[in-house]
Structures are given as structure tokens and as C-alpha cells.
Design a protein around this ligand. Structure first.
Ligand SMILES: *[C@@H]1O[C@H](CO)[C@@H](O)[C@H](O)[C@H]1NC(C)=O
Ligand SMILES: *[C@@H]1O[C@H](CO)[C@@H](O)[C@H](O)[C@H]1NC(C)=O
Ligand SMILES: *[C@@H]1O[C@H](CO)[C@@H](O)[C@H](O)[C@H]1NC(C)=O
Ligand SMILES: *[C@@H]1O[C@H](CO)[C@@H](O)[C@H](O)[C@H]1NC(C)=O
Length: 433
């Protein structure tokens, strides 16, 4: 179950003398501090100035409260990994593309690295429901139906995702949304063997999102099938604060675009919700653009590294049937994926900002710390993470593993520095001796 491996339980308890973990713990339950510290980071100060006054005596009751509030479907122990049709294909999809994507996922080795969900986005259905009010797969593009696709994908050991909308039409306005048809549609998805629902926010009639999303959540729980629930509410009503009992992930931002400004701004918007992520429910800064062509290799490396560190869903958004070597290398870095899928499930965050030079970090299982030195500026620069920034004692000796160079520095003390190219990053796991 999601609940037993919550980061607020035993794993954090063993680190209560570390400022880093203490800060993280406090953020979880004192949103006010979160905002205060976010503001100081944004202003160029460092997290070291933050003081957390809470002791650990309230930990047991707060973690119990947290557990009760999680969606109890047993899914999303680690952030979801897979593929989604939207970022590359938009509306131009058909069952051949979905099948070939499933084939490629397995044949090029991405499935073995953990990418399991094959998610169909908008535009899979007919404009109107049938006479009984059921959603209907679009005959011209999905003539075999969704159940046949689910069967196809399942035989390959993968899972099938589908898309609907908490409104009267989907965002493409080419098919119905599920508002007012939640139970019927959840039952339809379950009968087709669907494993995942992305639930969008268009044409929503102004109804409160908490009601609209909760209705579908309940319908899915009652459908008799275990279905991952991905809320796509665009972060409008701060879903991090209420969606953990409703879904397995919730979008914290508007749609990503395939460019540097969009990606970086979304990373920043998502950062302030870090304390709300945990096994069972994750912040979602939207799907990956890696491989779609709008950013440089170093920008995509930064995109993928940050998404892994912040425990974002790793949903590939390019055409993996024609994937190039560089894109494949980025998406298949096992060590970076390992940070995303670490069992502690604590979202890393921005811990230091000095102009365009940033340090992001977060705790991993086994007392390790993941950190990224990120150069968001346009000229080469040296970036230093001090142990103070990472809540390590300055005397601590660590082994530093560079996850992109696949190289080690042993017995590093006090700080770690690297020269970082424009828009590039370095990513490390630090293992204290
Ligand atoms: C599916 O879409 C692709 C890409 O647009 C197209 O090349 C292919 O012909 C389509 N196949 C079917 C069966 O519609
Ligand atoms: C891509 O990788 C394959 C296999 O390693 C190699 O044969 C091919 O030459 C590479 N292509 C390019 C463009 O580097
Ligand atoms: C980075 O640090 C190295 C070693 O201290 C130094 O040689 C180099 O000039 C520095 N580069 C920049 C861009 O500051
Ligand atoms: C480098 O570090 C990794 C992870 O800390 C470790 O598994 C590996 O054995 C190290 N390799 C060498 C050559 O020291």
C-alpha cells in the first residue's frame, strides 16, 4: 500500500537531527513556512535562513492524518512512468500509433526501465455518446475499439491509459466530457480494461473542481478495477492542498510548451508544492517534452533531471517509434530514473539561488542526497553546493556520484563545485560515509 512507505513515517524519523529533513518535515505541515521560505528563495536568499520551530512530538499524529487523507487505491507508490500521445501527436492519433508505441516501448528497452503506461490523450472518441449514453471510440481512427487496444498493450506487459474531462466536452471539443456521466464512464473504462485516467478541466461549467474531481475519483474506486487517477486541473485551485485524497497525481501548472522558458517557469511553479508530494500522490508539472525538438540537448537534460528530482510523472511526450539516440540516452539514464523512483518518495526542491545559478536537492533513501547544480544563465559558470545548503554537517565525507558522467569523486567534504555550461546541469547522488 502507498501508505506504509509514506516519507513522513520511519524514514524521516531517523534523520531528525538534520536540518534538511527537519525543514522538509515542517513544510509538510506548515504551509505558511513553505510560502515564507519560497519567497526568500525567490528573493535570492537561501534556505539556511529558515528556522523551523516545530519539534517532532507531533509527528505521529500528523503522519496518521496524512495517511488517512491519501487516495486508497494502492497505486503510485513511485511517480508514474510511461508515454502520452498529446505533446507530439496532439489530436492526430489512431490505434496504429498507439500499438506501434507499445511495440517500441518494449523493443527499444524503455519498458524494462519502468516506462509502463501507454496513455491515449484527447481525440479518441466520437463527438456524441450512443443511444445508451456511452462514450464511443472514434470509428475512423480507433475501429477496433479501446478494449482491443487494452488487450494488445496488456499482452506486452504494459498498461493502457485514457483521457476524459471534468466538463461537458473535452479540450479539443471533439468528444464529450464525463461531467454528469462519471459512474457510467468509469464503468466503461473499467470494462475496457483501462488502467489510468487523465482527467482534464475544459468546458467545466464553473462547478467547483473539488466536487467534479471527487465524483470521478469515487466512480473509479467503485468501478471494480484499479485505475490510476491523474487530475489535470491545471493548478487553478491549488489542488496540492486538496487532491491527495482524490487522485494519484495532480497538475500544478498550465500546459508545458516545448521551450526553455515554459519548462523553467513550470519547474518553479511546481516547486512551491513540494511538501505535498508523497507515495500515493504526486505533484504533476506536466509531461516531458524531451525529444520533441524545441530545446537543446542540455536543456532537455535539465528538464529530465529536474523532473526526476522533483518526483514528477515521467511521461514521455515524443514519438518513441522514431526516437533518436540522444533522446534515448536522456530518457534511459537508469541512475536518474532511480532518483525519480526512489522509495522514500520525497520531492526535491530549489534550496539555493544566486541569480541564474541554482542548487536543487532532496533526500533519498539510505541517507543519500540527490542534488542538481543548474545553470539557468547564458554563460558558463561555476556552481557550488555547500553541505550547509544540503543540511549535511560540513565535516561529513561523502562519495559523489555524477549521474550523467557516470563517474565518482570519493571523500568529498564541505562543498561540491562544478563548471556548468549554459542551460545545463550536473546531477549527483551524495552518499555520506
Ligand atoms: C495513423 O496516423 C499516422 C500518422 O498520422 C498515419 O501515418 C497512419 O496512416 C494512420 N493510420 C491509420 C490506420 O489511420
Ligand atoms: C545510434 O546508435 C546506434 C546503436 O548504438 C548506432 O548504430 C547508430 O550509428 C547511432 N546513430 C547515430 C546517428 O549516432
Ligand atoms: C571555475 O573555476 C575554475 C577552477 O577554480 C576556474 O579555473 C574557472 O576560471 C572558473 N570559471 C568560471 C567561469 O568562473
Ligand atoms: C561509484 O559510486 C557508485 C554509487 O555510489 C558505486 O556503486 C560504485 O561502485 C562506485 N564506483 C567506483 C569505481 O568506485
Amino acid at each position: 500500500m502507498a501508505l506504509s512507505s509514506s516519507p513522513s513515517s520511519s524514514s524521516l524519523k531517523s534523520h531528525t537531527d538534520s536540518v534538511f529533513f527537519r525543514i522538509q518535515y515542517c513544510y509538510m505541515f506548515i504551509p505558511l513556512l513553505l510560502f515564507a521560505s519560497f519567497a526568500t528563495v525567490a528573493a535570492g536568499a537561501q534556505l539556511r535562513n529558515v528556522r523551523c520551530l516545530t519539534d517532532s512530538s507531533s509527528e505521529d499524529s500528523t503522519s496518521r492524518r496524512t495517511r488517512r487523507s491519501l487516495l486508497d487505491n494502492g497505486l503510485a507508490l513511485t511517480p508514474q512512468m510511461g508515454w502520452n500521445s498529446w505533446n507530439h501527436f496532439n489530436c492526430d492519433i489512431n490505434e496504429t500509433i498507439i500499438k506501434e508505441t507499445a511495440d517500441a516501448m518494449v523493443s527499444i528497452g524503455l519498458a524494462a526501465l519502468g516506462y509502463r503506461y501507454i496513455n491515449i490523450d484527447d481525440c479518441w472518441g466520437e463527438l456524441n455518446r450512443d443511444a445508451k449514453g456511452n462514450l464511443v471510440p472514434r470509428a475512423s481512427t480507433f475501429p477496433s475499439g479501446i478494449k482491443a487496444l487494452a488487450d494488445y498493450v496488456h499482452i506486452k506487459g504494459l498498461k493502457l491509459g485514457i483521457y476524459s474531462d471534468a466538463g461537458i466536452q473535452t479540450c479539443s471539443a471533439t468528444m464529450p466530457g464525463s461531467l454528469g456521466h462519471e459512474e457510467q464512464d468509469a464503468n466503461t473504462f473499467a470494462s475496457w480494461g483501462v488502467d489510468y485516467l487523465k482527467y482534464d478541466n475544459c468546458a467545466n461549467t464553473g462547478t467547483n473542481p473539488k466536487e467534479r474531481y471527487r465524483k470521478m475519483s469515487t466512480a473509479l474506486l467503485n468501478s471494480g478495477r484499479s485505475i490510476f487517477f491523474s487530475l489535470c486541473e491545471w493548478g487553478q485551485e491549488d489542488p496540492a492542498t486538496w487532491a491527495s485524497s482524490i487522485g494519484n497525481s495532480w497538475r500544478t501548472t498550465g500546459d508545458i510548451k516545448d521551450n526553455w522558458d515554459s519548462m523553467t517557469s513550470i519547474a518553479d511553479q511546481n516547486d512551491k508544492w513540494a511538501s505535498y508530494a508523497r507515495p500515493g500522490g504526486w505533484n504533476d508539472p506536466d509531461m516531458l517534452e524531451v525529444g520533441n525538438g524545441g530545446m537543446t540537448t542540455e536543456e532537455y537534460r535539465s528538464h529530465f533531471s529536474i523532473w526526476a528530482l522533483v518526483k514528477a510523472p515521467l511521461l514521455i511526450g515524443c514519438d518513441i517509434c522514431s526516437i533518436d539516440n540522444v533522446t534515448f540516452q536522456l530518457l534511459s539514464n537508469k541512475e536518474v530514473i532511480g532518483v525519480s523512483q526512489d522509495k522514500l518518495g520525497a520531492q526535491g526542491k530549489k534550496v539555493k539561488k544566486d541569480g541564474d545559478l541554482e542548487v536543487w536537492a532532496g533526500p533519498l533513501s539510505g541517507n543519500r542526497v540527490a542534488t542538481i547544480l543548474w545553470n539557468r544563465g547564458s554563460s558558463r559558470a561555476n556552481i557550488t553546493a555547500y553541505w550547509y545548503d544540503l543540511a549535511l554537517k560540513s565535516s561529513t565525507l561523502v562519495d559523489a556520484r555524477d549521474l550523467w558522467a557516470h563517474s565518482n569523486q570519493s571523500s568529498v567534504q564541505d562543498h561540491l563545485s562544478a563548471q556548468v555550461e549554459p542551460h545545463a546541469c550536473k546531477m549527483y547522488i551524495l552518499t555520506p560515509h
